[in-house]
Design a protein around this ligand. Structure first.
Ligand SMILES: *Cc1c(COP(=O)(O)O)cnc(C)c1O
Length: 360
């Protein structure tokens, strides 16, 4: 929650108007305000970011047996909806320059699978993928592009908001994201017809009729009006959150980047990230687990970087294109405590513990 309490105002409105339902003024307002914030024509408020990826794939007409490219280095929620559609993921490697989808590996994948139907691009930890290179390749091969911007709300690539380069973009308001509505997601697109269709699917595909009539498979994926109220309040503090996240990143970088083997996540000159999660790689004698365990002793949580999808027991049967850079990022990466409520005192404590690992 924000300190300003904007959320309570919107929630109260929902109660006062008796709209505690998956429709109402907060849902419409949140869609309008988020679309405006990111610079997209239309948005559909949904129950989760995962649901938004699922409906983007449906809107892209991804069906049984279709191939979908997906970065290997991501959270499983990016890939799962490909399986919901009975489609086939092909995992694409990252590069060290962006940690995101490697354009060279993508090009290779196009050669291997020219019949690919859609490409999902992720902006991991709020860092943007190199969209110019990726969009150029995708246009050449005439595929639908879906941007998983669940971690990059408030982040821009060359001045344009992440999630608005492809045909569809998705955002998440889950508890761990830069702003949260307790849960929820948003599908954005400049194609207003497709967004209207996504809203239709998300409310059980009810045809226009007095009785309950369905000519398509339906889903219960709509965001509730109460959740949307929280989201509207949170959206107002997004800029402050990005500022704080950037402060946290710069604090760590200033204190830790001189340590042997440490390299911080890359901030490219064209990137204006939201700095959602401060992460670094370690290639010296200190390993990520040393840091994770040292922090744990003081009850401080830190995490390894996402484990690549092509190494996951559930997904390892699918193809992977690349040189294993995502694997190296996983082996060497560590995500530092980055909550926006963190104080300077706490940051200093984290830094002191980490520096201590080198001295031991
Ligand atoms: C959180 C997240 C999602 C899923 O969002 P939910 O709202 O939790 O369903 C998808 N992709 C990435 C990269 C995420 O971090």
């Amino acid at each position: 929650m924000s300190d300003q309490g904007y959320e309570m105002q919107y929630i109260k409105e929902a109660f006062d108007t008796n709209w505690i339902a998956p429709l109402g003024e907060n849902v419409n307002g949140f869609e309008r305000e988020l679309a405006e914030k990111v610079g997209s024509k239309a948005a559909a408020a949904l129950s989760s970011g995962t649901a938004a990826i699922h409906l983007a794939l449906k809107a892209a007409e991804v069906e049984e047996g279709d191939i979908v490219f997906c970065p290997s280095l991501t959270f499983s929620a990016t890939a799962n909806p490909i399986i919901y559609q009975n489609a086939i993921p092909v995992f694409i490697d990252s590069d060290f320059e962006t940690w995101n989808m490697c354009p060279k590996a993508l090009e290779e994948a196009f050669e291997k699978y020219p019949e690919v139907k859609a490409v999902i691009v992720v902006h991991l930890y709020g860092l943007s993928a190199d969209m110019d290179k990726i969009m150029k390749l995708c246009k050449k091969h005439n595929v639908v592009v879906i941007e998983d911007a669940a971690e990059s709300l408030g982040g821009y690539y060359k001045g344009q908001h992440t999630g608005t380069f492809g045909d569809y973009g998705i955002f998440s308001f889950n508890g761990n994201k830069i702003i949260t509505a307790s849960a929820g997601g948003m599908l954005v697109s400049n194609n207003e017809e497709k967004i209207a269709k996504a809203r239709f699917w998300a409310t059980q595909s009810r045809d226009q009729a007095r009785h309950y009539q369905h000519s398509e498979l339906g889903f219960n994926y709509r965001m509730s009006n109460v959740v949307a109220g929280i989201g509207r309040g949170q959206l107002k503090v997004l800029n402050e959150r990005v500022e704080k996240k950037k402060y946290i990143y710069n604090f760590y970088k200033k204190e830790l980047s001189e340590l042997e083997g440490v390299e911080f996540m890359p901030i490219n000159e064209w990137d204006e990230p939201n700095y959602w999660l401060s992460s670094m790689t370690l290639t010296g004698k200190v390993r990520p687990i040393d840091i994770i365990e040292a922090l744990e002793e003081d009850n401080i949580e830190s995490r390894p970087v996402w484990k690549p999808m092509h190494l996951q027991p559930f997904f390892e049967k699918y193809d992977f294109v690349g040189e294993g850079i995502s694997e190296k990022l996983f082996e060497n990466g560590v995500c530092l405590p980055s909550d926006t409520k963190i104080t300077d005192g706490e940051l200093k404590r984290v830094v002191k513990i980490i520096k201590g690992v080198w001295i031991e």
